[in-house]
Design a binder for this molecule. Structure first.
Ligand code: NDP
Ligand code: 2IT
Length: 443
């Protein structure tokens, strides 16, 4: 049995009840085999056995008091996965589904994604099973303060720099930053995604969605195609989805659908992004409310967004939101390109189907790396106590995404798997991390 399959088999046995983590390992490890065959020192140094084990995992109690005066308790997590090429970096997710398996899958993917950005950031992830939905701002603040009261012992600007993810946006980062500053007595760049008035970077809010579209456009361009006049379906309607839809429309695509966990909207004339922003960012409402703004649009409850005919699909909600049947339906309807804005939104089977059918498929670690890349730019600006303009950051983001496309495309070709950007992203991300680990000895 090959080295990667041996490590995978053992990891699955040693980490039972972690299906999402198993899935991430299954998606990554076997694709590294050609590179490892050419570099046998990797196996000798036990690089994979070390890489799949987080350097440190912290799980903690988060007690807080709700508006009715009741004591509530949630679980908090921070998985500090790899510091081989820089301080741990990755988001915090607040969602009732959050558990160790999900945080580990996200943290593992983050190592490769962060390496692909070309910037000096290691991999980490965290979060809580706290559900911000339906909570008052005071409740969210109480939770965030309690969460940071423990988390602050484990992070600092040179060790671990969290940011947002599902359920964590500017409001939550603000409350957590306020509490961190109070406990650490230090105004530093320990979180990214901060508000503009206290050290946040221009473009961080837009970065993941914009970056996704920049990468997809480059991929299309390299295949003598473009986003212009293409029909685009974007799932989700949170931070990533909104700005992916906005950039896709700015660059000439027609975005006809968005969704949330309740259902999806179809607007054949092209989605009105400003209306979506008002519903989601201002009112914190549901996507179903969109029909009040555009009465000709149709809202359908439940899953099913992938049955809408499109040229380009951008899954931007959550893991495993696009399965084999969805992939087949998209292909049947003429879909030519898929860009993963979310982390692992396509199941293993779905991704395989896209590859087999010649659909251009940009995996999350590459396609959604613009968010964390811009976080790293925020860290640079904080360290220099400087601020770059919107245009400067946007240009840097664009260059980073084009570079990522080039490196995953080259790595795919070099490993004899031209056009397989899943393998390309895994290998290109792994190379730098493995090299750093080899040079740093057994740690
Ligand atoms: P938000 O919380 O802003 O939005 C999440 C969106 O996805 C909402 O529309 C939400 O619907 C939907 N969603 C979440 N969970 C589920 C679920 N279990 N089933 C169906 N729909 C769901 O999060 P983001 O936009 O920040 O994140 C979206 C994805 O992008 C995640 O996979 C995240 O890991 C990834 N990502 C985010 C980055 C960032 O910078 N924010 C960077 C890179 C990747 P509802 O409101 O109904 O729950
Ligand atoms: O999945 C991700 O890359 C993020 N949620 C962003 C992480 C970050 O540190 O900006």
């Amino acid at each position: 049995m090959s080295y990667t399959l041996k490590v995978l088999e053992k990891a699955i046995l040693k980490n039972p009840n972690e299906p999402e983590f198993h899935q991430a390992l299954t998606e990554v490890l076997p694709t590294l085999q050609p590179y490892i065959d050419a570099n046998p020192e990797i196996e000798k140094a036990g690089i994979l056995e070390r890489l799949i084990e987080p350097e440190r995992t912290v799980i903690f109690r988060v007690p807080w008091v709700d508006d009715k005066g009741r004591v509530r308790v949630n679980k908090g997590y921070r998985v500090q996965f790899s510091s081989a090429i820089g301080p741990y970096k990755g988001g915090l997710r607040f969602h009732p589904s959050v558990c160790l398996s999900i945080v580990k899958f996200l943290g593992f993917e983050q190592i490769f994604k962060n390496s692909l950005t070309g910037l000096p950031i290691g991999g980490g992830k965290g979060g809580s099973d706290f559900d911000p939905k339906g909570k008052s701002s005071r409740e969210v603040m109480a939770f965030c303060q309690s969460f940071m009261t423990e988390l602050h012992r484990h992070i600092n600007e040179n060790t671990d720099i969290p940011a947002g993810d599902i359920g964590v946006g500017g409001r939550e980062i603000g409350y957590m930053y306020g509490q961190y500053k109070r406990l650490a007595n230090s105004f530093d760049g320990v979180l990214t995604g901060k508000g503009q008035s206290y050290g946040g970077s221009f473009v961080r809010t837009e970065a993941t969605g914009y970056g996704l579209v920049y990468l997809v456009c480059e991929m299309l361009h390299q295949h003598d195609n473009s986003i212009e006049n293409k029909t685009v379906v974007v799932s989700g309607s949170g931070n990533v989805a909104i700005y992916a839809a906005q950039k896709a429309a700015q660059l000439g695509g027609k975005v006809v659908a968005l969704s949330d966990s309740g259902g999806f909207i179809y607007d054949k004339d092209g989605v009105d992004i400003e209306a979506v922003k008002e519903i989601k960012e201002v009112k914190r409402g549901r996507i179903s409310e969109y029909v009040n703004y555009r009465p000709k649009a149709v809202y359908t409850e439940g899953k099913g967004i992938w049955s809408i005919k499109c040229d380009i699909a951008l899954p931007c909600a959550t893991q495993n939101e696009l399965n084999a049947d969805d992939a087949k339906e998209l292909i049947k309807n003429g879909c030519i390109a898929v860009g993963e804005g979310a982390n692992m939104p396509a199941t293993l089977e779905a991704a395989e189907i896209f590859l087999k059918n010649g659909v251009l498929f940009a995996p999350g670690k590459a396609a959604n790396a613009g968010g964390v890349a811009t976080s790293a730019l925020e860290m640079s600006q904080n360290a220099m106590r400087l601020e770059w303009s919107f245009l400067e950051v946007d240009h840097k983001l664009h260059d980073i995404m084009v570079n990522i496309y080039n490196s995953i495309s080259e790595a795919a070709e070099e490993s004899g798997q031209k056009g397989n950007y899943i393998a390309g992203a895994n290998i290109a991300g792994f190379k730098k991390v493995a090299s750093a680990m080899l040079q740093q000895g057994v740690v």
